[in-house]
Each structure stands twice: as C-alpha cells, then as structure tokens.
Design a protein around this ligand. Sequence first.
Ligand code: NAP
Ligand code: HSE
Length: 441
Amino acid sequence: MNDPAVDTACVRIGMLGFGTVGEGTWRMLQDNRAAIAKKVGTQIEVARVGVRDLVKPRLVSPSIVTGDLESIVDDPTIDVIVELMGGVDPAGRLIERALKNGKHVVTANKELIAKQGSRLMRLAAKQGLDLHFEGAVGGGIPLIQPLKHQLSGNEVLKLMGILNGTTNYVLTKMQEEESDLDVALQEAQEKGYAEADPTSDIDGFDPQYKLSILSSIAFNAEMPVEGVYREGIKRVSKRDIEFADLLGFRVKLLGIAEAVKPTGSDEAGGVRARVHPTLIPKEHPLADVRDVYNAVWIQGDFVGDVMFSGRGAGASATGSAVVGDLIDVCRNIQIGGAGNNMPIDNLLQPLSMDGLRTAFYLRMTVQDRPKALGCIATVFGNCNISLAAMEMRTLPRGRGEIVFLTHPCIELSFHRSLKALRNIHFIESLENWIRVEGGGA
Ligand code: NAP
Ligand code: HSE
C-alpha cells in the first residue's frame, strides 16, 4: 500500500484485456494525456494490464503486463478497473471482485452488462462505486449517459437504430459494391469492428445485447436478453437488396423497442423489443447511415425526436467512449462522489412478436401459370393482408420471381399466409421475407 514507487497523486488504472479496444483506449490516454489531466485535475496512469498471451508484442512496457488478472483486481494500489476482455466469464467474476474490493469499473462488455448488468449495478450502488459501460452500445456514440441523465425525465415511447457496426458495414458493401457477405465480413474483422466470434454480429446476438441494455435504461425495468426477438443478416441476399432498391428501400439490421398500448393484437400492452433485418424507405434518416456508422433515434414524450449517430465500432471510437467514462469516474474520485449508477430492480414482461403490426416484403420463385397471381392474392386476402406493391422478373425455363410488399398487418396473420402459400404447388420457393418499417400506408 505504501510502496514509494506508487504515485498516489494520480488515478491508477488496471486494464483487463488489451486488444482492439484496449489499445484504442490506451492510445487516447497517451495522445491526449495533458488535455485529459487538465480536465480531470489529475493524471491517469495505466498501471497494470492483464492479457492471455504474454508473448504478443504490446504498446505498453512488459513490466506492467501480466496473465494473472486476479492480482490486478486485488491490487490495493489500483483505483479503477477497465474491463475490455469480453465474454461473461471470467470478466463477470473479475468485475464483481473488483467492486467488492472497492474499485470503480468501466467496461465495454455488452454481453456481460446485458446478462448480469442489473446484479452488478446493484452491487456497485451498494458499494458506492461507479460502474460505467458507455462503450458497450454504439461504439463512440454517447447513448447510455444521455438516456440515464438528460433524457430521463421523458417517458420513452420508441427507440430504433442501427446497433451493429459490422453488419452495417457488410450490408453497405453488399449494396454499394455487390460484395459477398463473407468477403465484407473479413474486411470488417480486419478493421477491428467484429466481435472475437463474428457470428455474434452476423446472427444478431451483439445488437440483441445492446437493445436489451438500451431498453432496460429507456423503460427503467430490466429487459431480459431472451425477451429481445433476434434475427441476423444471413438470410439477406444481394437479390433482396436489389429488389428493395427498386421499391425505394434500403435493407438495415435494426433494433427496435417500443412501448405498446393494449390493443386487439396486444391485449396486455407492454414493451416489444426486436432485432431483425428491416426495409426502410431511402428517405428515412437511418437509410443513409453507412459503413461502420451506427445511429439511434429516440422518441420521448416531451423531447420529441432525438437522433444520435457516429462510428459504432473500432478501436478509436470505442476507446473514446471508454476514456469518457474513465474521466467521469476520475472526477467522482476527486470530489469523493458516491457513484451515479442507476440500478434497475423490476423485470419487464416483453411482448411476443405475434401481435406486432408491421408491413412485409416477400420474395418468391414461381412457375409461370395462368391465374397464379390471382391465387396468391386470394391467400393474402383470406389472411386479412392487403398488398401495397409488387415487382416481377422472368426467370429461365418458364419461371418467375415475384416480390410483394404488404400494407401493415399482424405478424401472426402473415405467418398464416406463408403456411398457406407453402401448399400452393406452382410456388417453387418462398425465398425470403423481411419486415418493413415506416413504408406503405
Ligand atoms: P479483442 O481484440 O479480442 O481483445 C480482447 C483482449 O482481452 C485481448 O487482449 C485478450 O488477450 C484479452 N482476454 C480475453 N480473454 C481473456 C482471458 N480469459 N484472460 C486474459 N485475457 C483475456 O476484443 P475487443 O474487440 O477489444 O473487445 C473487447 C470488449 O469490447 C468486448 O466486450 C467487446 O464486445 C467490446 N467492444 C468491442 C468493440 C470493437 O469495435 N471491437 C466495440 C465496442 C465494444 P490477448 O491479447 O492475450 O489475446
Ligand atoms: N462488434 C461490434 C459491432 C462492436 O460491430 O458493432 C461494437 O460494439
């Protein structure tokens, strides 16, 4: 504790993990060192770094690098733990131990916060410590703090956004350069946007965690991860992107959470949260959010519409969010503040997808037969679905490709129509269907 080599005038940081985001955080602390020290009123020193591979060359002196991460969270000279390793275990255990040892924590770990955030926030509050996680959602975009503070007087009615940089990068490349998904994903990985296991991005787990976190804060009750409906982008083909373009839409992986009043299809009312590919009109502000950029639109009862956007992944953008949290923690340390957590004690009852009212895009391959269109239209009519638009392409060997856009209908009715369409012999394949936001009447 009284080691004369330890500078007690500065805030000492222990970093758990020193990969993409760890390096981005460290670089910002170095490059902006003087300005940050002025703002905080003290120096921030990265005193210890925990990693798995001790042979890999690092930007920091080997003398502060260790494979024994527990020794960092137990080190009495460390004031703040910055967890940037990812995953639930051992990250969750280490954070819990750090909080119990009286250390503030900053993390960018969305999986851990989505799964164990309530418990860890309660522990931090009990200990009078900060647990900040701005970097966990939207990379460099300030989202968590504005929702917890500046917007918190509002009742949030709906929030909707692009919450994953990797898939937005992939969809942009598929749209603009006709790249294959695998090639674009490889590029996103090389740029440091993807998760260690990129299926978390492609299959929508990463935005599912992020929407669970945002919903919990926005609606002030825990939205369990499994309460967020999830679909990834694997089913989206270049053909869908082409047809969407023809019809005036872009395809985006959106996270949408909204407070639903009791209605015929949603008797109970509540909150519905969902992540899935979505067609949005080209004139919608989210349609122009390209590349690794994320954007989140929030509608509050008093503030109206607010939109946040910026780089949603990568070393520098996420490092910026982590350093912002660190500065907040350091200021609290300076004033002896008791932490500004917002523990959430009640659980949300998420609504199922069955009662959702939305429009759909449906692409199918058919054999060219007289009365085929009439037959398909009858199925939709029988399921109470009216059609808003249609596109057709002739294929070789007497076949055709047809795309329908429906008017908004109840999700359950749409699935009933799919079941009936599967029984029609001249329909070779229902290739894909995608929900449509803000289009049609
Ligand atoms: P990364 O590049 O894979 O780095 C992970 C770091 O943690 C590495 O230094 C790794 O050690 C270390 N590590 C992992 N497991 C460990 C273990 N069991 N014991 C010791 N060290 C371990 O990951 P990242 O992209 O920086 O992401 C880190 C966190 O930030 C994740 O929670 C991620 O979801 C989140 N995040 C990432 C981004 C982004 O754009 N990449 C953006 C926002 C949030 P080695 O170096 O020895 O392998
Ligand atoms: N893999 C994540 C993404 C990192 O692509 O959005 C940022 O959270």
